[in-house]
Design a protein around this ligand. Sequence first.
Ligand SMILES: Nc1ncnc2c1ncn2[C@@H]1O[C@H](COP(=O)(O)OP(=O)(O)OP(=O)(O)O)[C@@H](O)[C@H]1O
Length: 260
Amino acid sequence: MTDPILRARGLSRTFRTPRRDLFSRREMSFELHPVDLDIAEGESVGVIGESGSGKSTLARILLALDAPDSGELEVDGRRVDFRGRARELRWLRRLTGVVLQDPYGSLDPRMSVGRIVGEPLWALDVAGDRRARVREVLARVGLAGAAERYPHELSGGQRQRVALARAIAHRPRILVGDEPLSALDVTVRAQILALLAEIRREEGLTLVMVSHDLGVVQNVCDSVLVMTDGAVVERGATRDVLSRPAHPYTQRLLAAIPTL
Ligand SMILES: Nc1ncnc2c1ncn2[C@@H]1O[C@H](COP(=O)(O)OP(=O)(O)OP(=O)(O)O)[C@@H](O)[C@H]1O
């Protein structure tokens, strides 16, 4: 492999949350076991596993939205300083874009679509004609002319197109999706998935896709990581893992999905 665009070594994270209920008082805890990862530029990696397995925790650390307790992350050959101030992580923000699950929650209802999509361009001080870039990227996601509209005027699918436009506006090289399709109904999901796949191809984007939907992973991911209880238990080319799962957990996960 040429130098990976994303290289992680021993990333780990523990959460302890005191949980008090009527009958008992006990501590809930979660541990992300040390994760190593090498992702080549242009590669598309799926992260699958049941709810609570640690997929989002890993994705957040890869984006430096959360800091690991230990381990190292290098993006494009540069070490991520998790304790650094926002300014010191600007280079990483420029390299990365993120689309989250909830197109309602992730878009500020008081901001027009144009402002939402343009926000990273201003926040990251991206050079060039920013207004033209907003128009261009809105057209790319099929929302030409929507710049003056507001999120509540849009359908769920349109809102997710806005979220995608915002994620790619500053031309990141890595896109992270955390269940970006799961709040959408099936037909809309297929459209957004196709759009995502096209944009990824056109831009040569590296994609990290957290999803519990194996169809999504099968469609867009070259390789896949399988997580359970905070640990990566299997990884490999998507077609191999999905057709010949080696780990008993992956076998159970696949058996539980009737549509495959
Ligand atoms: N900030 C936090 N503080 C305390 N516990 C947390 C925090 N973030 C996540 N957790 C816990 O870590 C565990 C893993 O959560 P995570 O969101 O990574 O799982 P997931 O695999 O992405 O699940 P889902 O598919 O439901 O999003 C969960 O038990 C969650 O409650």
